[in-house]
Design a protein around this ligand. Structure first.
Ligand code: PAF
Length: 289
């Protein structure tokens, strides 16, 4: 399949062979390569990751692939927004290549390998979505090995995902520098997410309060409140906002995601939340102190 250079103002590779041929060409010119893995439905948060890799690389690839293996059967795989033409429009002049493989290109018949990490995958999202991180780790390992970039960027909004990827890259000696991009927020502080489009106007209004509760809970804990007391109060406040269910509101060591044995935050701590409003599950996080 030749590189698609006519559909959009940015070329698209749909096969691993075309991706590799383009990267090989850049390498011959001595250029450094960056990768931003995405599932599309791009917003400013993704575009800021493209800008981030551009600070360390001469060329930026954006992969767009709604990865089926990271969705559980009851999750939103079919409903997940797919907006390739609009994504390409946003990337024109900002990225250099879209890699948009088909599911068959990524998972051909007979595909049998899954990457499972222990430890950092187990709490938080690992409790709510037990198969999620093996799907993420497997597809990210594939993307990194397909493109072999010098740097790859992932958003801090998916904080646990970022720690999982850092762990995997270190454990498997994948030769790439992983960059974490800061969370971009809407005017009311709601973390930008491709899933925000699911929110009804009332839900969207309520969702804007999540980051406020997260910040205020983090501030209480930083001032010395017991984690359990502050997060119990925070969960009640999130429910009172109109959220149907709080999967977790927890404070953890930022990199290992282990809990604090003595009930108070110390050193590099992060507060993380996942909560459902209507059919939309939102996540957010920030540093404590
Ligand atoms: O964060 C995402 O959009 C996805 O989990 C990723 C990293 C692109 C893997 O499919």
């Amino acid at each position: 399949m030749p590189l698609d250079t006519t559909s959009y103002k940015i070329p698209v590779a749909r096969s691993v062979a075309d991706l590799r041929a383009t990267v090989a060409d850049w390498r011959k010119q001595g250029l450094r390569v960056g990768l931003v893995p995405t599932m599309g439905a791009l917003h400013e948060g993704h575009l800021s990751l493209v800008d981030l890799v551009r600070t360390r690389a001469d060329r930026a690839i954006v992969s767009i692939f709604v990865n089926p293996t990271q969705f559980a059967p009851h999750e939103d795989l079919d409903a997940y927004p797919r907006t390739e033409a609009a994504d390409a429009e946003k990337l024109a002049g900002r990225g250099d290549l879209i890699f948009a493989p088909t599911p068959d290109e990524m998972y051909p018949a007979g595909f049998s390998t899954t990457i499972n990490l222990t430890g950092v995958t187990e709490p938080l999202e690992g409790q709510s979505r037990p198969t999620h991180f093996s799907g993420v780790a497997t597809v990210v390992a594939k993307l990194l090995l397909q493109a072999l970039p010098d740097v790859a960027a992932f958003g801090e909004k998916d904080w646990q995902q970022l720690q999982v990827i850092r762990r995997m890259v270190a454990d498997l000696n994948i030769p790439v520098k992983i960059l974490g991009g800061s969370i971009l927020r809407e005017a009311d502080g709601l973390a930008m997410s491709s899933r925000n489009v699911y929110l009804s106007p009332d839900e969207r209004k309520a969702a804007g309060g999540l980051n406020v509760i997260l910040r205020e809970t983090a501030e209480e804990i930083a001032k010395g409140a017991l984690i359990h007391d502050a997060t119990t109060k925070g969960i009640d406040r999130i429910r009172a906002l109109g959220f149907d269910h709080v999967d977790y509101l927890e404070v953890r060591h930022a990199a290992s995601l282990e809990s604090f044995a003595n009930g108070r935050a110390e050193g590099d701590a992060r507060i993380l939340v996942a909560a459902k409003i209507g059919r939309t599950r939102l996540i957010d996080n920030m540093p404590v102190g």
